[in-house]
Design a protein around this ligand. Structure first.
Ligand code: A3P
Length: 258
């Protein structure tokens, strides 16, 4: 029975054609009825696009660079996910690195469907039959509405290239003004190397039955261009063609290498 229950959890179910975890689907009306207060800040990301990274940056800014305060709880508790409706993200990352990161995440995540082989996962990802739906739709839709609402659209690749400049953008968006030394400290503390060692951000407190970090660490590589070690030449050509079709008509541009 336990296995069956677990199996039920592993299956994704759909809301408006978007595959989601069963617990999210069960709570959908509550999630949909969420109303933001004027000073609420929502971080909206496609999975594996640097959610944890921007969460830590936002908290460091909010706490004026106070490292100890940012150690008060694990990141999932400081910024809960709204879709898990345990009382809550646009940041985008290029599709190729995102697919690679998501593949390794599904290998180690014991409560998401098994990704199968890399070849199989390539097809699943392109078709959008992954948790939280299609990368293409997510990115296009947020890009389209970004100027109509108070939205700060960030790219993983930009934060990687010039963290200080991007962190400053987040700071201004949050209506904060921190001095140079605090900003430098936030840049340091939110580096991949630091966050990989930080038990409040590296998910080391999540049991192995949920996240098996011996299969693949949560803080895996944190780079731009790892897709080159995964995509075959043929896959890359096919991907670029599908990308052109699916992204037709949008002005969004991604960097896939730095
Ligand atoms: P990789 O699997 O490519 O290493 P999310 O938090 O949305 O699940 O995204 C996880 C991805 O962000 C992982 O990518 C992870 O290593 C990367 N990441 C997390 N913290 C980072 C940081 N401080 N700098 C760069 N990348 C980071």
């Amino acid at each position: 029975a336990l296995a069956a229950a677990l199996e039920g959890q592993l299956q994704l179910r759909e809301v408006s054609g978007i595959p989601l975890q069963a617990s999210t689907v069960d709570n959908w009306s509550q999630i949909q009825n969420f109303e933001a207060k004027p000073d609420d800040l929502l971080i909206c990301t496609y999975p594996k696009s640097g959610t944890t990274w921007i969460q830590e940056i936002v908290d460091m800014i909010e706490q004026n660079g106070d490292v100890e305060k940012c150690q008060r709880a694990i990141i999932q508790h400081r910024h809960p996910f709204i879709e898990w409706a345990r009382p809550p993200q646009p940041s985008a990352r290029n599709a190729k690195d995102c697919m690679v990161s998501y593949y390794h995440f599904q290998r180690m995540n014991q409560i998401l469907p098994d990704p199968g082989t890399w070849e199989e996962y390539f097809e699943t990802f392109i078709s959008g039959k992954v948790g939280w739906g299609s990368w293409f739709d997510h990115v296009k839709e947020w890009w389209e509405i970004k100027d109509r609402y108070q939205i700060l659209f960030l790219f993983y690749e930009d934060i990687k290239r010039d963290p200080k400049y991007e962190i400053q953008k987040v700071m201004k968006f949050m209506g904060k003004n921190l001095d140079e030394t605090v900003l430098d400290k936030i840049v340091q503390e939110t580096s991949f190397e630091k966050m990989k060692e930080n038990p409040m951000t590296n998910r080391s407190t999540v049991p192995k039955s949920i996240l098996d970090q011996s299969i693949s660490p949560f803080m895996r590589k944190g780079t731009v261009g790892d897709w080159k070690d995964h995509f075959t030449v043929a896959q890359n050509e096919r991907f670029d063609e599908i990308y052109r079709q699916k992204m037709k008509g949008t002005s969004i541009k991604f960097l896939t290498e730095l």
